[in-house]
Design a protein around this ligand. Sequence first.
Ligand SMILES: Cc1ncc(COP(=O)(O)O)c(C=O)c1O
Length: 395
Amino acid sequence: MVLKKLPDFIEQAKKIKGEAAYEVLARVQELEREGKKIIHLEIGQPDFITPKVICDEAIKAIKKGKTKYTSPLGVFELRSAIADYLNKKRGLKVSPRMIGVTPSAKTAIYLAMIAILKPGDEVIYPDPGFPAYGNLVEFLGCRAKPVPLIEENNFNFDLKIFSNLFSSKTKLVILNSPNNPTGSVIPRKNLEFIANLIKKHNCWVLSDEIYSELFYDIKNYPSIFSLKNMPERTLLIDGFSKTYSMTGWRLGYLIFPEKFESIIDNLFVNSFACVADFIQYAGIVALKKANKDVKKMTEEFKKRRDFIVKGLNEIKGISCLKPPGAFYVFPNIKSFGLSSQKLADYLLDKAGVALLPGTAFGKYGEGYLRISYANSIGNIAKALRKIEKALKNIT
Ligand SMILES: Cc1ncc(COP(=O)(O)O)c(C=O)c1O
């Protein structure tokens, strides 16, 4: 038999980029294997153990035989618990039939985007922003329209610049509040302006609210979903990774207009079939019984945020806003005259502190670093001392 050359991967698949946080983590682990001590401020995952009630429930569910396939959109009890939580806690109007449970928020983002985008569509998304947005836009053959988040606007975008990005081809706007990597939150008046534009241009919004429970100093903040006539054009994403310190469990959800239930069901059944049965039961308990744990973790994050912002602003050459949400700070390092990438590499090398260049989140992240404060105050204090010492050697 004549062996034929294998067909190649499609161009878009070959072009898809990775995620800097994972790349840096791999490099750091290599350094650690060589015996170097590194302080981890690069990865976006809470350092707390998943609350005990949640772990206990997962074990109980396995023992009870919750180890089978479930319906693709998730077990009804979880869909119901999510609806209850969103309605009571976040003041939204969601029914269980508008909810699909996914193995991570990332999967929900991916499937939502492939459900609504076709090549040539334009997508507006925050820059700096979560890398998957831009990567998927390119992968799907769509046109990227990044909107800069501006430090002078507390890392919100300028509404005029935002308005000018719309065209007849705009199909989707992605929002992320509280935001990764800046920790910013979109104020209600901006959301109202954004919602009106989205309605005027008849497009979709994907609202990534994975940090929905992690906000400080402010009492509450709205979801675009809650604004008039927005539920019919909003795909809301949330998940358990950040709020309940469940990154490794892979549990998230997608909220969609009820009329699309069967389409989403088919999309899920053809991709992951369903989320692990027992993990879904652990999710129910997270929503119903882990409130105290969430409160404790959030209070600890607030202390760390205050500590790191103060410490960074005491270092000559750095200025850092106090972000109202998530667990990241985005300090300005322009005074050092080095690119974000060079400074991040330098700090890993010379200070033994792993963090990310702002450009890992898009071109408008140049001049900034992203630091995750999902680490203990003791480690953050050590990292700040090492950063200060290393920066003194840059002329
Ligand atoms: C903005 C944003 N969206 C989504 C995710 C993905 O969350 P999950 O762990 O549920 O995939 C992350 C994780 O870092 C994130 O920062």
